[in-house]
Design a protein around this ligand. Structure first.
Ligand code: SAH
Length: 222
């Protein structure tokens, strides 16, 4: 991809991103750092060209393999919730997908560890990170329902696909005081949850809002 595409054909995409940020504010996103990063990140490079004219609509869009890039509002909301108690060093993301959420996080925390089960999606995301010169992202091709035990514990964990129940492995890879942001539920409806590890054995769960994510699936795709 050349520089022009990265900028988004002239100035239009910067202006459109400004409008996106205004909409996010109206929807209640208030963390200025998150708003700045959302406004400065070119979402169109995470989407196939045929759909890239819709990149700054506040909607999820297909990225192939039956998966979607998350809606900007939900990316902003999950990031804001994850960072609500200050900056984080090490964050695990389950479900790299297009790499859009990863890219937002990588500009706000020291190190992002991101796991994806579909190899071709991971490969594309890796190219985007290198195009954007993001060097604090570590990728793994595996079933992220297991977390990334070799790299844990994590100050924060964000899951961008929905399991029916919170995987125990993820809880165990959270530091005490750490936050897990995760959509939970099946096709009949999902709720975004914020789980905080209070001690070795105690977890507090807050239910935030209704969401719609693709399911968290087990196993990997080559
Ligand atoms: N954050 C991504 C969202 C992609 S959709 C984005 O903004 O583009 C969710 C992603 O989770 C998909 O790419 C899907 O393949 C992946 N996924 C689903 N179950 C998974 C699992 N068990 N481990 C790792 N990734 C998983």
């Amino acid at each position: 991809m050349n520089k022009l595409q990265l900028q988004g054909i002239g100035m239009t995409s910067q202006r459109t991103r400004g409008r996106l940020v205004e909409r996010l504010k109206e929807q209640g996103i208030s963390d200025q750092q998150v708003l700045d990063v959302m406004g400065g990140t070119p979402r169109h490079i995470f989407i196939d060209e045929a759909l890239s004219h819709r990149a700054y609509e506040d909607t999820a869009l297909p990225i192939g393999f039956n998966q979607t890039i998350s809606q900007p509002y939900i990316v902003a909301r999950m990031t804001e919730v994850l960072l609500s108690e200050g900056p984080l060093k090490r964050v695990l993301e389950v479900g790299t997908g297009s790499g859009y959420q990863t890219t937002i996080l990588a500009q706000l925390v020291d190190q992002v560890y991101s796991v994806e089960r579909i190899k071709p999606l991971q490969d594309k995301a890796r190219q985007r990170f290198s195009l954007l010169k993001l060097r604090n992202i570590m990728l793994k091709h595996s079933d992220g329902g297991m977390g990334w035990p070799e790299r844990g514990s994590f100050d924060g964990i964000i899951v961008t696909a929905a399991p029916e129940e919170v995987p125990e492995e993820l809880l165990q890879q959270l530091v005490v005081g750490g936050h897990l942001v995760i959509p939970v539920g099946g096709s009949r409806g999902q709720m975004l949850r914020l789980v905080t590890r209070k001690s070795e054995t105690e977890f507090k769960t807050e239910v935030l809002e209704g969401v719609k994510f693709v399911p968290l699936l087990s196993g990997t795709v080559r």
